[in-house]
Design a binder for this molecule. Structure first.
Ligand code: QV4
Ligand code: CA
Length: 484
């Protein structure tokens, strides 16, 4: 369950938060496929409660009312067509599976596909679920429960969301059928929402009943779904993520927190010379790494204090470090712009999501940030694909916030988060030649629109990164996008 089953040479997934299925299919064909992205995490696919009381917040999608595939992102036919079109261009789809609970409010009881529920009666006729399928008697998880009481974290309600009893054979069957239906449609795996709130033993039973990935979508025979479990474990809680790593991969919240702290100027980049398990990170193969996610970019979940698109220079620095560094499987965030932390995606007065528009410079409009279309970010996806499994070597630092390192003889990256310039002759490990920096610009014919770096026969090159430059990163690599 720890292999993302990316198409050959691909390494990175992006969370297209709240995107519609038709728009994702188009984005696979026009951008993500050609640019070498490995996959996409999509927002929850199961029918959810419509919450006009809260002006259709983004979080209504975490309140399932049935397992019908009909949401603001589209219907089942649109979902199936998206998966097919994305797989056809080498981009995998991972579904955010909300299987811990159902809805959490009694004021509204209609779903995005017209299903109804009776929250007070534990009644979800479109599955169907009834009272016996939920943990009972009811209790709600409190803040202190996380530190004392693993059983309450798993058997009580997260935010009052009706808590399913995964120990039941009937409940397991409904969940497994839902997930196997998605596998038959060609998805490559799942994010397990709120995994901490489910018993590892129950999850193991569910995972082991999942079908192999669909060979008609290009997966090798016998391939198991990629599963990454959402467990926020920053230490000190009753539940440890180590209870989940024997099952499948786990979301690594420490990754973005530590890098955000450093790129925010609250820790020195020099200390990252041994970034990895020495810092308490999960083993590389267990980790789904990211800087921000849809929760912590807006103060939900593990909370704020992470870099987001709102601090672009530091954010691009942290993302570049993640993509240049060999540890773990990276995930990028692609957001809609927000000031209100509860607000849903750009929508019309009927609550229909407004599609991103694509500007002439390839950026997005209509309120969509599309971080994945920022050149400094998608160029580093290509960098990571290029350097593959090569080792990190030739770490250099100035005892402060200027660092550089090589990835084998394939790639070189430098960072300057000091308030003074970097101007040094450094070992790039690359074959002698002329390269275009893929951060300040791109290769255009035989010239560079940004910096040109000349690597000598000893592999060394003069590297300049001014403290006041637009970006704090410089990256060069072998392969057509960089080498002249
Ligand atoms: C409110 C009260 C409750 C009360 C309840 C009764 O706060 O005390 O019991 O009403 O009706 C929303 C509201 C929340 C409301 C709840 C039920 O914000 O105030 O409870 O709905 O109506 C997202 C949002 C939540 C949202 C939820 C459901 O973040 O705010 O709750 O969706 O719509 C922990 C977990 C971790 C979790 C994280 C947020 O360990 O697993 O909190 N992260 C995942 C998702 C996240 C999602 C959920 C889990 C739930 O990433 O996006 O929560 O599916 O750290
Ligand atoms: Ca639970």
């Amino acid at each position: 369950y720890k292999n993302p089953h990316y198409a050959a040479g691909r390494t990175t997934m992006v969370h297209l938060f709240e995107w519609k299925w038709d728009d994702i299919a188009a984005e696979c064909e026009r951008f993500l496929g050609p640019r070498g992205f490995g996959g996409i995490q999509v927002s929850p696919v199961s029918e959810n409660l419509v919450l006009w009381d809260f002006q259709r917040p983004w979080w209504e999608r975490y309140q399932p009312i049935s397992y019908r595939l009909i949401t603001r992102s589209g219907n089942e036919q649109q979902f199936a067509s998206m998966v097919r079109r994305c797989n056809n261009v080498g981009v995998r789809i991972y579904v955010d599976a909300v299987i811990n609970h159902m809805t959490g409010t009694w004021r509204e009881n209609t779903g995005t596909g017209g299903s109804t529920a009776n929250y007070g009666q534990w009644h979800y006729p479109s599955v169907p679920y009834g009272r016996d399928d939920f943990n009972y008697p009811e209790c709600v998880i409190s803040g202190s429960d996380y530190f004392c009481c693993a059983d309450r974290v798993r058997n009580c309600q997260l935010n009052g969301l009706k808590d399913l009893y995964q120990g039941s054979e009937y409940v397991r069957t409904q969940i497994v059928n839902f997930m196997n239906h998605l596998i038959s449609l060609g998805v490559a795996g799942f994010r397990i929402d709120a995994a901490k709130h489910m018993w590892p033993g129950d999850l193991r039973v569910i995972y082991d009943r999942l079908h192999n990935l669909n060979t008609a979508h290009g997966f090798p025979s016998g391939a198991r779904p990629y599963i990454y479990q959402e467990v926020i474990d920053l230490g000190g809680e009753a539940i440890s993520r180590n209870e989940y790593t024997p099952l499948a991969a786990v979301t690594e919240f420490k990754y973005g927190m530590e890098l955000s702290r450093a790129f925010n100027g609250n820790n020195l980049l020099r200390w990252f010379y041994n970034w990895g398990t020495a810092w308490g990170l999960l083993a590389s193969g267990d980790a789904l790494n990211f800087i921000d996610n849809h929760d912590n970019q807006r103060g939900h979940g593990a909370g704020g204090d992470v870099l987001t698109y709102k601090q672009p220079k530091q954010y691009k620095g942290a993302i570049a470090f993640m993509l240049a560094h060999p540890h773990g499987w990276p995930q990028l965030m692609s957001s809609f712009a927000f000031t209100n932390t509860e607000a849903g995606p750009p929508m019309d007065s009927n609550g229909n999501t407004i599609s991103p528009s694509i500007n002439s410079d390839s950026s997005c409009g209509n309120g969509w940030v599309c971080e994945h279309r920022w050149r400094q970010i998608f160029s580093m996806v290509a960098f990571r694909n290029r350097v593959g499994n090569t080792a990190l070597t030739n770490w250099w630092d100035n005892n402060s916030n200027q660092i550089s390192f090589c990835r084998g003889n394939q790639g070189f990256v430098a960072f300057n988060n000091d308030y003074w310039d970097l101007n040094q002759t450094l070992q790039t490990c690359l074959p002698a030649g002329s390269y275009c920096d893929v951060i300040s610009g791109w290769k255009s014919g035989n010239s560079c629109t940004g910096k040109r770096i000349t690597v000598g026969s000893d592999g060394r090159a003069n590297i300049v990164l001014g403290a006041n430059e637009y970006d704090m990163v410089l990256a060069i690599h072998t392969g057509t996008e960089s080498r002249l």
